[in-house]
Design a protein around this ligand. Structure first.
Ligand SMILES: Nc1ncnc2c1ncn2[C@@H]1O[C@H](COP(=O)(O)OP(=O)(O)O)[C@@H](O)[C@H]1O
Ligand SMILES: [Mg+2]
Length: 270
C-alpha cells in the first residue's frame, strides 16, 4: 500500500475564456516515482505543470504537494521543488557559472555551497569547457541543460520538467537521462511531460495520459497495459500479436481512441 501521495490534485481545472484546457484532473503521484505525463499537442500538459508548480492559478480544484496545500503554502512548496517550465527565460548576460550560483543563492544556499554546486553541475552537464561564454550565446540544448542544472541546485524532492528533451541532441539527452536516473535512485520524484511516447516508455515507471484536457488513464505501465488488454484483447484488430506486450504507443492509441493515419495523410506531399 502507498502512503500519502507526493503530488495530488482534485478536480484540477483551468479555463481560458471558453476553452477548458484542463478539465477536472485527479492526479496521484507517489514518492520516488518517475512519472510521465503524456498527451498530444494541446492536450493540457503545460497548463497542468504550470498549475502544479504555482506558475499559473487554477480556475478550480485543489493541489497538494508534499502534503501541503499549494494555494496556502506556496513558499514552502517552492523551496522543495525544482521546475523547468516551457519557454523558460534565462538571464542571458551571465556566464553559466554565474547563472547557477545565482539560482543557488535564490534558493537560500550560502555563497560557497552555491559556487561549489554550480561548478559540479557545469562539469556534469558538460558545460564547463567554455567558462566565459554567456548564457545568451548558449545553444538551445545547452540552455536546456543549464535550466535543468538550475532547477536541481538546491536538491529538490520533486522535479517538474516540461518537455525536457525537446530540441536536445542525443548526447545532451543522454546526459539529462543520466542525471534524472541518478536523482530517482537517490529517492527524488520526477514529473515530466512529453508528447513523445518513446521517451515516456523508456524512462518512466508510471504514466498519466491526458487528452483534450481530461485524464484518460493513470497508473504503472503494467497497470495500463492490463487495463487496455482487458477491454480489447491484443490481436482483436486483426493483427496477430503472439504473446507480445502492448507498446505504450498501442496503449495510447487505444486509450485515446486514435488510429494511425500516417499512410493516408498528406498524400500530395509525395
Ligand atoms: N495562456 C493561454 N491562453 C489561451 N489559451 C491557452 C493558453 N495556454 C494554453 N492555452 C490553450 O490550452 C490548451 C492546452 O495547452 P497546453 O497546456 O499548452 O497543451 P500541451 O502542453 O499539452 O501541448 C491549448 O488549446 C492551448 O492553445
Ligand atoms: Mg506543452
Amino acid at each position: 500500500m502507498h502512503s500519502a501521495p507526493t503530488i495530488s490534485t482534485q478536480g484540477l481545472s483551468r479555463r481560458f475564456g471558453d476553452l477548458v484546457a484542463v478539465d477536472s484532473v485527479d492526479l496521484r503521484v507517489y514518492s520516488g516515482q518517475f512519472f510521465g505525463f503524456l498527451g498530444p499537442n494541446g492536450a493540457g500538459k503545460s497548463t497542468t505543470i504550470k498549475m502544479l508548480t504555482g506558475l499559473l492559478a487554477p480556475s478550480s480544484g485543489r493541489i497538494e504537494i508534499l502534503g501541503l496545500d499549494l494555494s496556502t503554502h506556496p513558499v514552502e512548496v517552492k523551496r522543495q521543488i525544482g521546475v523547468v517550465p516551457e519557454g523558460m527565460a534565462l538571464f542571458g548576460r551571465l556566464t553559466g557559472a554565474e547563472f547557477l550560483s545565482f539560482a543557488g543563492r535564490m534558493y537560500g544556499l550560502d555563497r560557497e555551497t552555491a559556487a561549489k554546486r554550480a561548478a559540479e553541475l557545469l562539469e556534469f552537464m558538460q558545460l564547463a569547457d567554455q567558462p566565459r561564454k554567456l548564457v545568451t550565446d548558449y545553444s538551445h540544448g545547452m540552455q536546456k541543460k543549464l535550466a535543468l542544472a538550475a532547477a536541481v541546485i538546491h536538491g529538490p524532492k520533486i522535479l517538474f520538467l516540461d518537455e525536457p528533451f525537446e530540441g536536445v541532441d542525443a548526447i545532451a539527452a543522454g546526459t539529462l537521462k543520466a542525471m534524472l536516473q541518478g536523482m530517482i535512485s537517490r529517492g527524488a520524484t520526477i514529473f515530466l511531460t512529453s508528447h513523445v511516447l518513446e521517451i515516456v516508455e523508456r524512462l518512466c515507471s508510471h504514466v498519466a495520459i491526458i487528452h483534450q484536457g481530461r485524464l484518460v488513464a493513470q497508473g504503472s505501465l503494467e497497470e495500463l497495459r492490463a487495463g487496455v488488454e482487458a477491454q480489447a484483447p491484443a490481436g482483436g484488430d486483426g493483427e496477430p500479436r503472439p504473446s507480445e506486450k502492448l507498446t505504450l504507443e498501442e496503449i495510447f492509441l487505444r486509450v485515446v481512441g486514435g488510429t494511425r493515419r500516417s499512410e493516408q495523410e498528406l498524400s500530395w506531399l509525395g
